[in-house]
Design a binder for this molecule. Structure first.
Ligand SMILES: Cc1ncc(COP(=O)(O)O)c(C=O)c1O
Length: 492
């Protein structure tokens, strides 16, 4: 009989918490230690995991030992391991050890940082860590920082502020429906902007037709001249341009939009400029990478995701704006029960967004920044960039492969293109089969994109545990698998 079987009030005892807490930490330490021995991708079918779990919650308390055992029995077989050094898909998102411990503490403290008073430590640590990051990123001191859960949510808040900036439209007061006096709003993005920007536009009533995609150049960067022309065209046909989103490090190829030029256009046209640096933003802490970020200090809002390439576990997105008053105007709404005596002298972060409840997210960022130190973080990012550059050179030197975009940061976009393969359709099928073959080994996880009709493979390096030998392994595997796939094609 377990002690818990008889208890129907109160929480786990401190003694049990210690016991199971140590067991859980042991499990996690062992997981980190042995992660490389595990496949990156699971070998399962949809429904396999659910079938191992009862269809309703247990009526009586269960033993914690059994719960820990079920992590291995039930959960591990269905894991795509984002923390794995051979995970090279999408962009990485790494739960580093100090970040995991920060999450544990945040859960234990379990505050709600909606108001300064509802947890002064949370509010002030958020102010301090966002200021530390602002300095590291090289953004000016007047940028106000706020932590949201994801980049998508950061962008949604930035675009809401952009909409609110058009005070003459009185959207906060009158809404956007049933109004003959409201012009159609236009948002400018590039062909390679992340879908989260479209989603934010959907949520904010801009609509898909309100999004205008500006063509990109040969390096997949937005063409400022085309942007200028589009704005003029729209103004002359009754649209109301209000916002441009530029990206530093696009999702497919990590292209860099010419932010400085775009910022000048936005200034002249009185448009809000939002810079999405969700992935690449972390690289701004490196002086030698700062040139990619030229002009972002002129943006109205900037987003960087430490949960992508700064080793902070999901979720933590940083949003900076030089117009906090506009963001606040978009979202502040204070019912009586949330008023405090300090309101005039403090930041109440609930005023800067939709969520009222706010987790103590800054604590894991604080832990990561302190544990690795700025020099430690810089060294790790430099290592990833070096790994990507080395891989890019190997791809360039191999006549069976080609890169399809410049490698600005730590992500390489490439495809197989063996001699004699000219037909684009056939090349696309070949690359799709190659990707499938690599992932079928479950030793690596790569993902793809489509650029200009081409099926493109990506290797995104950003995991704190990834080393040169992993990248060499994936490269050799790609070459071997290509030979196999070609053999199969010839025999078919
Ligand atoms: C450039 C870019 N922006 C935004 C996002 C969305 O970030 P999140 O997953 O935090 O919402 C991504 C996701 O990969 C991205 O690549």
């Amino acid at each position: 009989m377990h002690e818990n079987d008889l208890k129907f009030t109160g929480d786990m005892s401190a003694a049990d918490f210690r016991k199971y807490g140590y067991a859980m930490v042991d499990w996690i330490a062992n997981f980190f230690d042995t992660i490389e021995d595990r496949p990156v991708l699971p070998a399962i079918q949809p429904g396999d995991i659910r079938s191992k779990i009862p269809s309703s919650a247990p009526k009586l308390p269960e033993a914690f030992e059994k719960m820990i055992a079920d992590i291995d029995r039930v959960i591990m077989p269905g894991m795509t391991h984002w923390n794995h050094p051979r995970y090279l898909a999408y962009f990485s998102s790494v739960g580093s050890a100090p970040g995991v411990l920060g999450e544990l503490l945040a859960a234990a403290l379990n505050i709600n940082g909606m108001l300064w008073q509802s947890c002064p430590s949370s509010t002030e640590l958020e102010q301090v860590t966002t200021a530390w990051m602002r300095q590291l990123l090289g953004l000016p001191d007047h940028f106000f920082g706020v932590i949201y859960d994801t980049g998508s949510v950061s962008t949604m808040h930035a675009l809401a502020a952009a909409r609110e900036q058009m005070a003459d439209l009185q959207i906060r007061e009158k809404g956007m429906t049933g109004r003959a006096d409201l012009p159609r709003l236009r948002l400018y993005i590039s062909e390679h902007t992340h879908s989260s920007i479209d989603k934010a536009a959907l949520a904010l009533g801009i609509g898909m037709e309100g999004i205008r995609r500006i063509p990109s150049d040969a390096n997949f960067a937005m063409q400022p001249e085309a942007l200028r022309t589009a704005i003029q065209e729209d103004r002359s046909t009754g649209w109301r341009p209000f916002c441009v989103v530029a990206t530093i490090g696009t999702t497919s190829t990590t292209a860099v939009d010419p932010v400085a030029e775009i910022a000048n256009i936005c200034e002249r046209e009185d448009l809000w400029l939002h810079v999405d640096a969700a992935y690449a933003g972390s690289a701004a802490i490196l002086p030698e990478m700062q040139h990619h970020f030229a002009g972002w200090e002129k943006a109205d809002s900037v987003l960087v995701n430490p949960h992508k390439w700064l080793f902070v576990p999901l979720d933590l997105s940083l949003m900076y704006t030089r117009k906090p008053g506009v963001l606040r105007r978009a979202f502040s709404l204070v019912p009586e029960y949330l008023r405090t005596a300090h309101d005039d002298n403090v930041v109440n972060f609930m005023d800067y967004g939709i969520p009222l409840g706010r987790r103590f997210r800054s604590i894991k960022l604080w832990f990561v920044l302190r544990y690795y130190g700025v020099d430690g973080l810089m060294a790790r990012l430099r290592y990833h960039i070096q790994l990507a550059q080395n891989l890019a050179q190997k791809i360039d030197a191999d006549s069976d492969f080609e890169r399809v975009a410049p490698t600005h940061f730590s992500t390489v976009a490439f495809r197989a293109c063996p001699a004699g393969w000219q037909d684009e359709d056939a090349l696309n099928k070949l690359n799709a089969r190659l990707l499938e073959a690599v992932n079928a080994t479950r030793r690596f996880y790569l993902t793809h994109t489509k650029i200009g009709g081409k099926f493109v493979l990506r290797i995104a390096i950003g995991n704190i545990r990834t080393e040169a030998r992993h990248i060499e392994d994936v490269w050799q595997l790609l070459r071997t698998m290509l030979r196999d796939v070609l053999k199969n094609v010839q025999n078919a």
